[in-house]
Design a protein around this ligand. Sequence first.
Ligand code: DON
Length: 589
Amino acid sequence: MRAHRKTWWSVALSLLVVAMPAWAARPYRGGAVATAHPMASEAALRMLDKGGNAVDAAVAAAFTLAVVGPYHSGLGGGGFALVHDAKTGGTQVLDFREVAPKAATRDMYLKDGQVVPGLSTDGATSVAVPGAVAGYLELLEKHGKLPRAVVLQPAIEAARNGFWVSPKYQALATLRRDCLRQDPEAARIFLAKNEQGELDVPPIGHLVRQPELARTLQTLAKSGPKPFYSGPIAQAMVDTVKAGGGVLSLEDLKDFKTRAHAPLEGSYRGHRILTMPPPSAGGLAVVQVLGALERLRPQGLEFREPETLHLYTEAVRRVYVDRVKYLGDPAFVKIPMESLTSSGYIADLAGSIDPKKATPSASLLPPVEGASGSTLKKPDGTWYDPSSAPEKKNTTHISVIDKNGNAVALTTTVNYAFGSCLVAKGTGILLNDEMDDFAALPGVPNAYGLVTGEANAIAPGKVPLSSMSPTLVFSKEDPKKVMLAVGSPGGSTIPTTVIQVISNLVDHKMDVVRAVGQGRLHHQYLPDELWVDRWGLEAATQAALEAKGHKIRRQEAWGDAEAVYSDPKTNLRYAASDPRNEGAALGQD
Ligand code: DON
């Protein structure tokens, strides 16, 4: 009997040891990185292995993504980065988002007072002044350690040797096939001849080689950003856009400037949070929603509990109303940021939520009367119903924390899949369609079904309002030590993806892999629907939410969260690339 008991105990003990790892993800003693493409994560890791810091790694990944993920980002795009310096404890924000060309006008996408679908999303008319090259290279210049030529090398190799077409490439090229076919240069590079001899979505495994882009990258490696903003590369971009009826000029490029901002600060259950201020609406949403949740549930959130999900949805709905009312480029509009982030304001926001039932969005802010349609064109020329806007996965995010605790959260984009579908002739540069992030007509939804207001109307030199939310969360014990770097694509859904990853970690004590992989819920004021992804809700919870008056719409999985977690206690790092996509999380042993 005694012997038997002993055996039982040892079996139980060994099972416990096997079945209860402290974390589900693999720990790294050195730096770690997560990006949306394995080749970009490998490029970043290469920089860390060469003794580079988090910025070297992030910039190498950004340039590589511009080659291997043309549906996400590119040299003709823009973005935002948060950079944390472990030595000084300081965090800086670099804003290298595109701006409207000088010849842009408020009504440029309207005809007879109505939005013309496609004008702000497809081709030359949709192109804003690109900022990515200025941004990536400034980050490297100011905060990197490695030479430019070393950091750009993986991207140059990827452009020269090619990358293979994956299921995601196919899905997004299918979405944009008609748009890509409009530009012979884009079609030649990103499509391939089918059996009928037409340029079509390439088969899986097809190698996309971009020799012109390799040459452009080599020029940048050698000479820095100058040739991009003046000289033959700039001229090629201007000629291509002008030939297609757009308004980009050499002066636009010459005058492009990145902007530095102070990070937007918030906190959640004792963790300091630094995130992206305007011209992104994303950071404000992160700070306001988390602030409201903490106030409404001071003891913590219960996982997937209907009352909690109701409060979350209602907080998000209200925050997206603020977005419409107040947000735009802070250089053009006065945004009451201090008030919008104050504890009194957040208390009022939380207090305005009816715990029993959903507040109809229209009662918070009536939709613009008579506004109809959307900027996004279907192949038949009509517009998409904004609720079913087909794609919320492009744009791309890079998270890195290096072995010394330096961290980068960088979100970058050409906006919609394959941007404007226009490649500047002879350069391989895919141009953005970021102009669609403006309110083409206040009240009419853009490609993400997002409605924005007067504050986001088009003006020359103005930055279109963004949702991109690169975010750093700090350790409770040491508010200068980064615990989490996170961000995601997904247009309007970006802030709620970031909020849910943070809550999964902080409230539900999930490892970073689980936190990123969980199902998601999203509301954005209009359309007045709670979007739920494939894994977002159990039937009983859905029924409980419906009983409160929420109109639920199931959507395909959205977003592509990329996160690196640094355990404040062990100083080990864990990385997670969203299982909804094709990225990779890597690190140094
Ligand atoms: O800046 C923005 O908010 C958008 N241009 C981001 C686009 C995006 O995430 C596309 N993903 N579906």
